[in-house]
Design a protein around this ligand. Structure first.
Ligand code: ADP
Ligand code: MG
Length: 360
């Protein structure tokens, strides 16, 4: 579903893009002429929903219709490729063929996504696991995770029984996935869930589309798809992109700000956006594949910055499950920068993150 329209307004102002409450923060647009003979570069903003989440865009371009094209791309990516709920999607076809014992041929893109995601599954020692479908369905994450944070907290979700969790866990495990140039084979009952990387994949696809379809006609952009953000090119005044990191405790407007120049992908995984409460305990949507329960590694949120969206998104989830010490090692192994906000409010970060992040 696509909501929201392109808006052109007066007076340019650098905006923070908050990782959780974005829509209201993308404010103003100015018309800026870059050169006398070319079409003027304008600042377009748009806010809407796609892939079950809020999408906010600021695009500096001489072309009309870029933000609409981004929304179309996201809807198509969800419906045709990533969502296990969409019957006609490639993930649904893969899941439907589980246990058939034959190779299911994959699109080139899906092959590439799964190679990356299986590598993160392996490098993280299974903290990230692309085969968590049976567990995420048992917890009915999609019924409460698709809701806005305020409503999701209120939703009455049913706590699965230990025996059900054990049974579902037996249908998970990335080691069971067979991937070859011929395609994929999943064991009986196994279900892929690309939810932990979908929004990052979306950032990569938007980047490729902007480069291919628009070239220099789009000079810069900041586009957030839920917890993943793409920065691209530069702003007309060449000041850096400022990306706010949400305060997971909700006590401050933000935990701090990332200062980014050029193309980056930023993903945050936190326990504060999608959760429900039962028996006085909070159950969030990032699962520990070792237990089948929400991860409890002493962190409230992890933000990862790197060039690739599929990696920033998968790594933020993996690092959340691993916790600070192992998570820092994993991020470094991928050359990514990571920021951990612990349950006691303290920060831990990679060396490179220290030059990007400023706490508030
Ligand atoms: P968000 O989707 O809010 O950006 P994440 O990127 O951390 O958050 O992804 C969480 C989603 O990924 C869950 O809703 C679930 O579908 C799936 N998931 C949960 N735990 C794991 C895990 N350990 N490994 C892989 N996928 C997971
Ligand atoms: Mg993620």
């Amino acid at each position: 579903m696509q909501k929201g329209k392109d808006q052109k307004r007066k007076a340019g102002k650098a905006g923070h893009v908050c990782l959780c409450r974005l829509a209201g923060m993308l404010l103003c647009a100015g018309i800026l002429t870059i050169s006398g003979c070319k079409a003027p570069v304008q600042r377009f903003t748009a806010a809407g929903t796609a892939m079950g989440t809020v999408v906010s865009q600021t695009v500096y371009t001489s072309e009309e219709g870029v933000t609409e094209q981004v929304m179309q791309l996201l809807t198509k990516l969800e419906q045709d490729t990533l969502s296990w709920r969409e019957e006609a999607s490639e993930v649904a076809a893969i899941n439907g063929a589980a246990g058939s014992g034959t190779w299911l041929p994959l699109s080139e893109k899906m092959q590439a996504y799964l190679e990356v995601l299986l590598s993160v599954s392996e490098e993280s020692g299974g903290a990230f696991d692309v085969t968590m479908g049976a567990i995420t369905r048992l917890w009915q994450i999609d019924t409460w995770a698709a809701l806005p944070a305020e409503e999701a907290g209120q939703e009455k979700a049913v706590l699965p029984k230990q025996a059900e969790i054990q049974e579902a866990l037996e249908k998970t495990g990335y080691e069971g996935v067979r991937l070859s140039p011929e395609g994929i084979q999943l064991p009986e009952g196994m279900r892929l869930d690309l939810g932990a990387a979908g929004k990052g994949i979306a950032c990569d696809e938007i980047l490729a589309m902007l480069e291919q379809n628009y070239g220099t006609a789009v000079s810069g952009a900041v586009i957030s798809v839920g917890g993943s953000i793409l920065t691209y090119g530069e702003k007309p005044d060449q000041t850096p992109f400022l990306v706010a990191v949400a305060d997971p405790f909700g006590t401050k407007e933000r935990a701090g700000v990332l200062t980014l120049q050029g193309q980056w992908c930023v993903s945050t995984s936190g326990d504060y956006e999608r959760y429900f409460e039962a028996d006085g305990k909070r159950y969030h949507h990032i699962m520990d594949p070792a237990t089948g329960y929400p991860a409890d590694s002493g962190v409230r949120s992890v933000t990862v910055v790197c060039k690739s969206g599929i990696l920033s998104d998968a790594l933020s989830t993996a690092c959340f499950v691993l916790g600070t010490e192992k998570g820092l090692g994993l991020a470094e192994a991928y050359g990514a920068e990571a920021l951990f906000i612990r349950t006691d409010g303290s920060f831990a970060m990679t060396e490179g993150m220290k030059t990007l992040f400023c706490a508030e």
